[in-house]
Design a protein around this ligand. Structure first.
Ligand SMILES: *[C@@H]1O[C@H](CO)[C@@H](O)[C@H](O)[C@H]1NC(C)=O
Ligand SMILES: *[C@@H]1O[C@H](CO)[C@@H](O)[C@H](O)[C@H]1NC(C)=O
Ligand SMILES: *[C@@H]1O[C@H](CO)[C@@H](O)[C@H](O)[C@H]1NC(C)=O
Length: 328
């Protein structure tokens, strides 16, 4: 009798623990699938590091993209955000998929540009997506009703810059920035002589920590800028260097003895958007590193000298754009 009882107890315990296990497993899988399947409105929140995106505009319900769509995980500042946008644009052009960018990306870019054609995710906010089904790159994409989620640091230059003229059209500056940047250039040219404008971007602040960490390099010293400037001075008669920087103090000091260097921040209240418009209005470019300086040169569309860093993005761009080069 005693044995039978203990066997029964054991059986009951076994049954209980198995069912608890089954219950746990079931609820876990249920949770997992419900986490993967999201509305685009929920999905968009995971793509934006900045949480305070504007309230949704009410769109007439759009049809949901039948083939999946291209989008991007958005972060960092203007230069990176431009790569994120143009990577989505380029991959959509290459694959034929629809493209949508998160609103946090559009909000930054709209400060500078007004001809962006890629719509924002809130236009399809009611659609359902399975987060796990996105390919993480063009190479991973199976070409079969699958979307692509581009990583925030993918910077797909090889895809987008094939259409570099169209890229420049996407990044058409707002009228007030065009006007202001032309005013600035006209201020520099006091006489009526024809000048060759070379835009120079000097990036320092955050790169003094980033360069040693990522490339074991120090900031470019002043001799890089001087020799790049000399290259243009030898090539053209009337060159003026239009310089913008995140460290105006350093630039004013370093270039004070060069009468053909104009540090924009010394004379004008500027912003990253205006600085970019000014650099893009120049004929040729010098920049050291960073996506922001890189974009200023791509948009200017002239000859470009950059600081040599093995394996960095400008090296890749130089393989795609014929007039980009470096020296050291
Ligand atoms: C986007 O990037 C952030 C930060 O790196 C990450 O937390 C988030 O999960 C990413 N979103 C997706 C959908 O992968
Ligand atoms: C500047 O840096 C270069 C290497 O990039 C180095 O050869 C040169 O000696 C440096 N010049 C000065 C003045 O520190
Ligand atoms: C050089 O840039 C200035 C200022 O934007 C512009 O007016 C001029 O037409 C450009 N010159 C050439 C040869 O493109």
């Amino acid at each position: 009798m005693f044995r039978l009882q203990s066997i029964l107890v054991i059986i009951i315990l076994l049954v209980l623990s198995t069912s608890v296990n089954i219950f746990l497993v079931l609820s876990y899988t249920a949770n997992k699938t419900s986490n993967d399947l999201k509305t685009v409105a929920e999905f968009e929140k995971t793509l934006c590091s900045r949480k305070n995106i504007n309230k949704e505009k009410k769109w007439k319900e759009q049809r949901c993209p039948p083939q999946g769509f291209v989008t991007v995980n958005s972060s960092a500042r203007l230069g990176n955000q431009m790569w994120q946008y143009i990577s989505v644009w380029g991959v959509a052009k290459r694959t034929g998929l629809d493209a949508y960018i998160p609103r946090c990306n559009r909000e930054i870019l709209s400060n500078a540009f007004d001809s962006l054609t890629v719509p924002t995710l809130d236009e399809i906010s009611h659609c359902m997506v399975n987060v796990r089904e996105f390919a993480k790159s063009l190479e991973e994409w199976n070409n079969n009703k699958q979307g692509i989620m581009i990583k925030s640091n993918a910077f797909l230059a090889e895809v987008a810059l094939k259409w570099v003229e169209d890229v420049r059209k996407q990044f058409t500056f707002r009228e007030h920035l065009v006007k202001k940047s032309q005013d600035i250039l006209r201020t520099v040219v006091k006489d009526n002589t024809d000048k060759v404008f070379v835009g120079v971007h000097v990036r320092r602040t955050d790169y003094s920590r980033y360069l040693p960490r990522k490339y074991k390099l120090k900031l470019a010293n002043v001799s890089f800028y001087y020799s790049a400037m000399k290259y243009y001075e030898d090539k053209y008669k009337n060159v003026v260097f239009i310089l913008t920087s995140d460290d105006n103090k350093w630039c004013i000091k370093q270039f004070s003895d060069k009468s053909n260097v104009f540090v924009v921040g010394e004379h004008f209240r500027n912003s990253p958007y205006l600085d970019l418009a000014v650099l893009a209005a120049c004929n040729h470019s010098i920049f050291d590193y960073g996506t922001y300086g890189g974009w200023s040169a791509i948009l200017a569309g002239g000859e470009t000298i950059f600081y040599k860093i093995k394996g960095a993005l400008p090296e890749r761009v130089a393989k795609l754009l014929p007039n980009w080069h470096t020296f050291r």
